[in-house]
Design a binder for this molecule. Structure first.
Ligand code: HEC
Length: 189
């Protein structure tokens, strides 16, 4: 197959040199099927109706309605262990998405406050007592003034940020210090 292709290209180049590249002649077209595929009008003949309750690839439906946070708290489990990598990721997510309102340690004093109404501290007994699934639910569905972050934060990152929140709340060991990036290898940019 490889040799065949190589031959085809070599021969193609030759043919081009001899014939087709003189501009007054129309160019040879190799594999015309790819260049000029048969055109279908949108929706013509080829419409396939998805079966009922079909779920698009890569989409997992979230089974808890907005006011179903307590049940989410009971039924969802954080699939991520509180590893260094998870905490570092969680910190990144928190500092990207949550810090603007909740502040660097969750006191509710982020830079958007008071332009945006201050959120409650994440250190109250209530927030400390929420199971992970309940917080996952809040991030996923939003809660009152706080909007949903489902479209911006992938599920795994939501679980990671909850692990990090537990660190902020003093309920889990702190994030290990990040390793220094490897020394630059001289010169270069
Ligand atoms: C635009 C500002 C804003 C951002 C960004 C934001 N929140 Fe909130 N958050 C709020 C507000 C306001 C509330 C209070 C909602 C209410 O009244 O129930 C809240 C509530 C919460 C609560 C519930 C607190 C409680 O005591 O009920 C948790 C947990 C929480 N946020 C976590 C997060 C996490 C984690 C992120 C980042 C993924 C985040 N929030 C991003 C504004 C924000």
């Amino acid at each position: 197959m490889k040799t065949l292709l190589a031959f085809a290209f070599a021969f193609g180049g030759l043919a081009c040199g001899l014939v087709a590249c003189r501009h007054e002649k129309p160019k040879r077209v190799y594999m015309p099927d790819m260049a000029y595929s048969p055109a279908f009008k949108a929706q013509e003949g080829t419409v396939r109706v998805p079966p009922e309750r079909a779920i698009p690839v890569n989409f997992s439906p979230y089974p808890f309605a907005k006011n179903d946070g307590e049940r989410a708290g009971r039924e969802l489990r954080n699939p991520l262990a509180s590893s260094a990598a998870v905490l570092i990721r969680g910190q990144e997510v928190f500092n990207t998405f949550c810090i603007v309102c909740h502040g660097p340690t969750g006191l509710g004093n982020g830079p958007l406050i008071p332009k945006f109404p201050a959120p409650p501290s994440l250190h109250t007994g209530r927030a400390r007592g929420y199971p992970d699934g309940r917080i996952f639910h809040i991030i996923t569905q939003g809660q009152n003034l706080m909007g949903s972050y489902a479209s911006q934060i992938p599920q795994e990152d939501r679980w990671a940020v909850i692990r990090y929140l537990r660190v902020l709340q003093g309920k889990a060991a702190p994030v290990p210090p990040q390793q220094n990036p490897p020394a630059a290898s001289g010169g270069g940019s």
